[in-house]
Write a protein that binds this ligand. Structure first.
Ligand code: FES
Length: 116
C-alpha cells in the first residue's frame, strides 16, 4: 500500500473535478460539498474520459458519450449507457461495470490517494 500526493486542496473549488496521473494511473479527483473523492478516469463502457462529463446532484458523474452515470463515492454504476437510442444493443458485449475508487486523505491542505 502506498500513499501518493495528488495536489493541494486549493487546486479544486467545490463542485469541480480534474484529472491527474498519479502512480502511473489516470484518475479524476472530485471536490464535492462534503469532501474530496477519486475514481478511475476511463469510462468502463467504451473508455471515454469521464472528466469531459458532468457532475450531477453533487454525487454522480455522467459520461458525456453515452450518458452512463456513476456514484462518485462508491463507483457504483447507477445508470448504464443509454444515449443515443439503440446504444443498449451493445450491452451484451459491454455489460454494466462499476468504477474503481481510491481512498483519499487530506493532510495539511494536501490531497493524497491510497494505492494497493
Ligand atoms: S463511453 Fe461512457 S457511457 Fe459509453
Amino acid at each position: 500500500m502506498s500513499k501518493e500526493y495528488v495536489c493541494d486542496t486549493t487546486a479544486l473549488a467545490a463542485g469541480e473535478m480534474k484529472s491527474f496521473i498519479v502512480n502511473n494511473e489516470k484518475i479524476i479527483l472530485f471536490h464535492l460539498d462534503d469532501g474530496f473523492f477519486a475514481t478511475q478516469s476511463k469510462c468502463p463502457h467504451l473508455s471515454a474520459p469521464l472528466e469531459k462529463g458532468q457532475i450531477i446532484d453533487n454525487c454522480r458523474i455522467q459520461c458525456k458519450f453515452h450518458r452512463a452515470e456513476f456514484d462518485i463515492k462508491t463507483g457504483k454504476a447507477e445508470l448504464w449507457a443509454n444515449f443515443p437510442p439503440g446504444i443498449q444493443a451493445l450491452n451484451f458485449i459491454r455489460s454494466q461495470k462499476d468504477l474503481k475508487t481510491y481512498g483519499v486523505s487530506i493532510e495539511e491542505d494536501k490531497v493524497y490517494l491510497a494505492f494497493e
